[in-house]
Design a protein around this ligand. Structure first.
Ligand code: NAD
Length: 256
């Protein structure tokens, strides 16, 4: 498939995991890709074997509004237009309402929520010109409470709502907006959890397909939502969860 030939996509959090797989998927489908992350080493790994003429590497902290604005400007300067923005950069955050530190609370909200808002705001005028689209990375953690992850749950709930609310406004400007809501994906974010055998077994038991996802299995859905194949899909927060929410309506949290 070559669905993005001649198009330009920005992917944030492209230095690892889902963002890396997504950037590579876009590049392999013909896109010019702006790979943005705060981790320059990760970005180098992402683009190592990609066509350098169609790649722009940017060190960006998405929680910094002016850096996000500069990212959009750099994409347009380099490739002439912007067609797709994937707001994917994100961090985890543990803690309850009483033990989560205020610094950690601010951090998760500034990256996971402010970063997505800044991206949508900065890219909007350029996407209006191209009738482009946005795909946000939410989470099943944005659909319910996980337990002792209140900051992360709040942040991903906000990403889901931002997606729906923006879609109401942006449709008339021809900008489609959707989100993916993955369950467990084996990435840098879950590295610490992977040592907890009991937790991993509980996940496998609760997910009808019996396992977590590989990042490429989320990237392919992001690419679908960003492509013309999804030309009438708008305002959707799409579970990509091996059936965890999709088949049951409610995951079986007693297993966790
Ligand atoms: P990851 O840690 O492998 O990748 C996240 C990337 O985001 C890293 O390269 C990191 O450097 C970058 N990043 C973090 N803060 C940043 C900032 N302020 N500015 C720019 N870049 C920043 O994790 P991942 O699982 O690939 O996470 C990608 C997205 O997927 C996140 O939004 C995460 O919340 C979401 N998600 C992950 C899972 C999972 O199980 N892994 C499940 C649901 C949703």
């Amino acid at each position: 498939m070559n669905r993005f030939s001649g198009k330009t996509a920005i992917v944030t959090g492209a230095g690892s995991g889902i963002g890396r797989a997504t950037a590579r998927r876009f590049a392999n489908e013909g896109a010019n890709v702006v790979v943005a992350d705060r981790d320059p080493d990760g970005l180098r790994g992402t683009v190592a074997d990609l066509d350098g003429d169609r790649v722009l590497i940017l060190e960006v902290d998405v929680s910094n509004q002016s850096e996000v604005e500069a990212m959009v400007q750099a994409a347009v300067e380099r490739f002439g237009a912007l067609n797709v923005l994937v707001n994917n950069a994100g961090v985890g955050c543990d803690g309850t309402v009483t033990d989560l530190s205020f610094d950690d609370y601010r951090k998760v909200m500034s990256i996971n929520v402010d970063g997505v808002f800044y991206g949508c705001r900065a890219a909007y005028p350029e996407l209006k010109k191209t009738k482009g689209c946005i795909v946000n990375t939410s989470s099943i953690s944005g659909l319910g409470g996980d337990g002792a992850m209140i900051g992360y749950n709040m942040s991903k709930g906000a990403v889901s709502q931002l997606t729906r609310a923006l879609a109401r406004d942006s449709g008339r400007d021809g900008i489609r907006v959707n989100a993916v809501a993955p369950t467990l994906v084996h990435t840098g974010l879950t590295e610490d959890m992977e040592d907890d055998k009991a937790l991993m077994e509980a996940f496998a038991k609760a997910i009808p397909l019996g396992r977590g996802a590989q990042p490429e299995e989320i990237a392919s859905v992001i690419a679908f939502l960003a492509s013309d194949d999804a030309s009438f899909v708008h305002g959707l927060v799409m579970s990509v969860d091996g059936g965890l929410f999709a088949s049951t309506g409610q995951p079986d949290f007693k297993d966790f």
